[in-house]
Design a protein around this ligand. Sequence first.
Ligand code: DGJ
Length: 695
Amino acid sequence: MSQTDAPAGPWTLRGAHTEYTVAVPGHGRWLELTAWGPHGVSTGPSPVAYAGPTPYFTAGDAAPVEYATDGLRPFAGADLVLETAGGDRGVQWRFVEADGDDAALRVVFADEATGARATLHYRIPAGTDVVERWVELANTGDAALRVVRAGSAGFSVPTPHGARLSYLWGQWAQEFQLDHVELTRGRFSVGSAQGVPGHAFAPWLAVRDRAGADGPTWGTALTWTGSWEIAADVENGGLTRVRVGRLLADGPLELPAGETLVLPVAAGAYSDDGLDGLARVWHRYQRQLAGDRLERVRPVLYNSWEATYFDVRADSQLELARVAAELGVETFVVDDGWFVGRDDDRGGLGDWTPDPAKFPDGFGAFVDEVRALGLNFGLWVEPECVSPRSRLYAEHPDWVYSVHGRPLTPIRNQYLLDLGRPEVAEFVHGTLDGLLSTYDIGYLKWDFNRPRTEPGRPGSGPVDLDGGHVANLYRILAALRRDHPGVLIEACAGGGARADLAMAARTDVIWPSDNTGPLDRLAIQYGFLHANAPHLMSSWVTDAPGIFDPRPRSLAFRFVLAMAGVLGIGADLRHWGPAQRAEAAEWIARYKRIRHVVTRGEVHLVGGPDQDRCAVQYTGVDGREIVVLAWHPGRLDGAGLLPSRPVRLPLRGLAPEGTYRHGEQVYSGAHLTSVGLPVRWSAEHDAELIVLTRD
Ligand code: DGJ
C-alpha cells in the first residue's frame, strides 16, 4: 500500500446539470470539496476565503473537508470519531488511493495508529443531480475499535450572508410541516433517537444563502431507517457545513479487528431553482431508486381503517368492497383488526392468524370474494411489534428489546421485537411470506406504531441494535419483493414516521400521515412533496367532518387533494348516497386518466397552504399534458373572496411560445407563466382539476 503526502485528484463527478469535484491537497490527510454546482461553476469553497492560517485555525477549518475526523479538530465538529480500547482518539488520515470515473469515485484513507481504513464512496446516478456518499470503515488493526460518531458525509455549502435552512418538522397527525430558519452563525440540528426516522423531523434539510431567495439551493437526505442526525454549522468564514449520518443514540459501536462497518448513504442534491427545483431533483432521484417498480401503476385503493377501525368483519368489509368496486377502486385493503385477539389496540400483535370469528367462512374465501368483485386484495400488518397479551409474547418474552432489571415501556400497548436477532427476523419473514403465499394478496401495508425505547438485548454484549434492526428490515423487504414481485408495499409508521430514502427505494408507496383532514392534509402533502415524489404519496378521501381537522371542505376538495399523489378512499362508503357515489366515480375515472402525469410528471409547487395560489402543477414527461390541482385554502363563508377577480396561478416550465388549451380557452406559455392560469373560488367551489394540453 503506497501512502503519500502528494496532492491527488481533482476528481469530478458529473450530474445532469451539476459537477461535484473533490481533491486531496498537498498534505494528503483529507479530501476537500472544490466545486459543487452547475457545470463549470466552482461553488464549493467559500467566496469569503479564510485569510491564510492563523494560530487558531486548524486544517479542518480552513478547507471544506469532505469527511472530518476529530484528529483535524474541525470547528464544526467531526464526522467520524474512533476510540481505541485505551481511550485514544484523533484519527489522522493518510491518502492511500483513489479510482473512479465521472459517475463514481472511491477514495481510500488509512490511519496508522489505529489501523482504521476509510473508503469514501461517491456516485451520481445517471440523469440526476444527486451525489450519493457513503463510507466503508474497516478495522485492519489487531484490536477492537469503538465508533463514537459515525457520520456518513459532510457537505460544505457557500452561504456568505448566512444560511436559510429549510426543514420538515411534525408530530403524529401533523407530519412534514415545512419551516425555515435563518442562521447567521452557529448550529441547527434535527434528528431522531427513536430507532426510526420519527414524526418530529424528516431526515431532510435544504440550505441556501440568506441573500439568495430562490436561487442556488443545496439539500441533503439520509438513506437510513433508524436513528439519525443532520446538523448544519454556519461558520464565520462563509460556509455552512452540513453533517449527515446515523445517530449512535445507544452509545458507541464496537468495530472488532478485521471487521468492516458500512455507513448509510447520505445524498446531496443541488438545484439552481430554489426549494421547488430541489424538490424536482429529489423526485427524479427517487424515481431512479424505484427502478422497474416505478412502472407499476399504483392502484386506486380503498382502506377500511377509518370506516370500521378494529371492528373488522367479513360481511361489513364486503359491503364496503362492493361499493368501492362500483366506484372504480382497484385494490381493497383490510387494515388493522383482522387477526386473532385484535378487538382493540391491547391485543393480538404477533399472532398473525385471521380471526375465525370475524371470517366465519375462512379468510381465503373472504379474499376470493373481494377478488371476485374485480378488486386486488391488500392487507395491513405490523410485524415488528407484539402485544403483551399475545401468544407470541407468552412464548418468546425474550424477543423484545429490554434492559435487564428494568420494566418495559409499552407504547400503544405494545412492545417492539428485536428484529436484529436472527430468530426474530426469521419469524417476521416467515409470517409475511406465509401470508403472501397462502392468500391472494397484491398489496401489503407495513405499519410500525411505536419507537424503540429500551436500548438492550439481554445476554448479549455491546451490540448495534439499530444497525441490526434496520439491516434485517431491509433483508426482509428485499426477500419479499424478490419472492412476491406482484405485491406492492406501502410503508407506514403511525402515519409518516418512516419516510426516508431507504424506504423510498424499498417500498412502493408511503403513508405520510393519519391526518386526512383537508386543510391539515394540504400542509402535510405540501411538505411531503418537497422531499418525496408523488408516486410515493398515498392519500385518502375520508369523511367530513374528519376526526383531526373538522374544517368543512367539499368532496371535490378532498378528491383533488388525494389525487395529488396516489389516490385512495378511506371513508365509510356504506353511508354515501347516490349523488356522492356518482361524484366519487367521476373523480376516480378522471384520476385514472391523469395519474401517469401526476405520478411521473415534473412537479412545480405553485403555492403552499397559506397562499391564495395554493396549487401543484404536474407537467407530463413529453410536456404535452399539464395537470394543475388547485385548492382554495381560505374561509368559505365568502370573507376574503372576490369571485369577480380570479386567483392567478403562475405556471412554470412551459414553452413561452407554446399554445396550451383548456376546453375552449387557449393560452400561450408566456401568459400562463407571467399572468397565470385563472381559477375562481366560491363557497361551493373550493378545488379545481385543470388539464391543459399543448397543441
Ligand atoms: C396507524 C396507521 O397510520 C393507520 O393508518 C392505521 O393503519 C393504524 N395504525 C392501525 O392500527
